[in-house]
Design a protein around this ligand. Structure first.
Ligand code: GLU
Length: 476
């Protein structure tokens, strides 16, 4: 139980699992095998900092090894604890199965306030934590591949990769030991934006289905839809930016840890983010109304609510007041089990975390494949693609001239058609395809059987079915 008398995060995930598994035909033994977390390694290590030894506590939890390597981010936050890491590891199992990335589920965390330490100190702490995990194969290209999560990013992943390679100098696949690295250190284009981009693609796919929109009482397209975003970190920022700049959504509120901004005409996401990066807060942002207490803004009138920060922000205490007809969970576990029941009762459509935020691990998968194949995507085919397109354009132009047809191809078309796909274009295409395919799988269950009336249960049924299949084929 947590402070509000609600189940803990891990229990909440298990309760959602149980709700779905009741509708499936699994043996109780297999059901139990899938639900439980296989192992959690706790490490306490000391680092000499500012003249004294500081002790840190970290975790790496492995939920399911039905496929290896296992995959999942490493979080840096003071709130990190074993229950949370295990819940997040379980969600990774289901997420990877849903979007068909060939991984089991894992997650790591370090109890630390990353803002309390300078860059050099963070590097020492990260390398020491990585050392503890590497020597136990809890970071390994074939066994366990971490990635960024809350409080970590490209910089930490580069340190981890370097630490692994220092300890495994002859491993030719060393760089694949972690994903989310900067492009110059073996990363891939489009990984930083990937989770937010995935949220955008998920919403685009949802809005392709009038029947699904009708369940939320929505009509039309994304254009003009009012969106409230909670958390302007990497995920919330990219999702809000793409939705407003590319799909015509209006971001009517942004909620951050130190308050909220509101604007009925729509916030300029890039401008708010620039302000926040410079000032360290959204307070004082000149072009919108600011309120110290941001939490009530979650309950504001809007078409789409995007919780993109922490778990448990929509709980039994505020779920009944939520007015959004559609919630897309960009964060992991932002809606507690109790809140989920209340929202379902109210007819709110929830696009669940294990699908909505799967863009990150999907592009991590592409990065891992890139590292193992030792070649950037598009390197072999890009110019060949351009040459074929050029042949066609030149032939059309020749025909037009020979036959005096007077055709001219618009310069915009020509430029687009003649540009071969680079790595970023391929990553986006692979991600878009993944999000569409996974949505279809959930949708089939949602609409195809009479006993499933929400996307979360549908997502669990798809994922658990795939994990079960994989265990069965191993003879379990
Ligand atoms: N931490 C991210 C997540 O929760 C990414 C995991 C990964 O790329 O392995 O999905």
């Amino acid at each position: 139980m947590n402070r509000n008398g609600e189940p803990s995060f891990r229990d909440s995930v298990d309760l959602m699992f149980n709700r779905a598994v009741r509708l499936m035909d699994l043996s109780p033994g297999l059901e139990q095998k899938i639900r439980v977390c296989n192992s959690t390694y706790t490490v306490r290590f000391g680092v000499r900092l500012r003249g004294k030894i500081e002790t840190f506590t970290g975790y790496r939890s492995v939920h399911s090894e039905h496929m290896e390597p296992v995959k999942g981010g490493i979080r840096y936050a003071l709130s990190v604890n074993q229950d949370e890491v295990e819940a997040l590891a379980a969600l990774m199992t289901y997420k990877c199965a849903l979007v068909e990335t060939p991984f089991g589920g894992s997650k790591g965390g370090l109890c630390i306030d990353p803002r309390a330490w300078d860059e050099h100190e963070l590097e020492q702490i990260t390398r020491r934590f990585a050392y503890e995990l590497i020597k136990r194969d809890l970071i390994h290209p074939a066994q366990n591949v971490p990635a960024p999560d809350m409080g970590t990013g490209e910089r930490e992943m580069a340190w981890i990769a370097d630490q692994y390679m220092r300890m495994n100098t002859t491993d030719i696949n060393g760089r694949a030991c972690v994903t989310g690295k900067p492009p110059h250190a073996g990363g891939i284009q489009g990984r930083v934006e990937a989770t937010g981009r995935g949220v955008q693609y998920a919403l685009q796919e949802f809005f392709r289905h009038p029947e699904d929109m009708a369940k939320a009482g929505l009509t039309g397209g994304l254009e003009g839809k009012r969106v409230i975003v909670q958390g302007l970190g990497n995920v919330g920022y990219h999702a809000a930016k793409f939705l407003s700049e590319e799909d015509g959504c209006k971001i009517t509120a942004i909620i951050e840890r130190d308050g909220g901004l509101q604007s009925d005409t729509g916030l300029d996401v890039e401008d708010v983010r620039q302000w926040m990066m410079k000032q360290g807060t959204i307070k004082g942002y000149p072009s919108a109304a600011f309120t110290e207490n941001g939490a009530p803004l979650l309950e504001g009138e809007c078409d789409i609510l995007i919780p993109a920060a922490m778990e448990g922000v929509i709980h039994q205490g505020n779920a009944a007041n939520i007015k959004a007809p559609l919630i897309i969970e960009a964060a992991n576990g932002p809606i507690t089990f109790g809140a989920d029941e209340i929202l379902r009762e109210k007819g709110v459509v929830i696009i669940p975390d294990m699908y909505a935020n799967a863009g990150g691990v999907t592009v991590s998968y592409f990065e891992w494949v890139k590292n193992l194949s030792h070649i950037r995507f598009g390197r072999m085919q890009r110019r060949a693609e351009e040459a074929r397109s050029r042949l066609l354009v030149e032939e059309l132009e020749r025909l037009s001239a020979d036959q005096h047809l007077g055709w001219t191809l618009s310069p915009d078309f020509k430029e687009k058609f003649l540009t071969g796909s680079d790595e970023l274009a391929l990553v986006r295409s692979g991600l878009d395809d993944t999000m569409r395919t996974a949505y279809q799988a959930m949708r089939e269950i949602w609409h195809g059987r009479g006993d499933v009336d929400d996307l979360r249960t549908a997502a669990y049924i798809v994922s658990i079915g795939r994990v079960a299949q994989s265990y069965r084929s191993k003879g379990l």
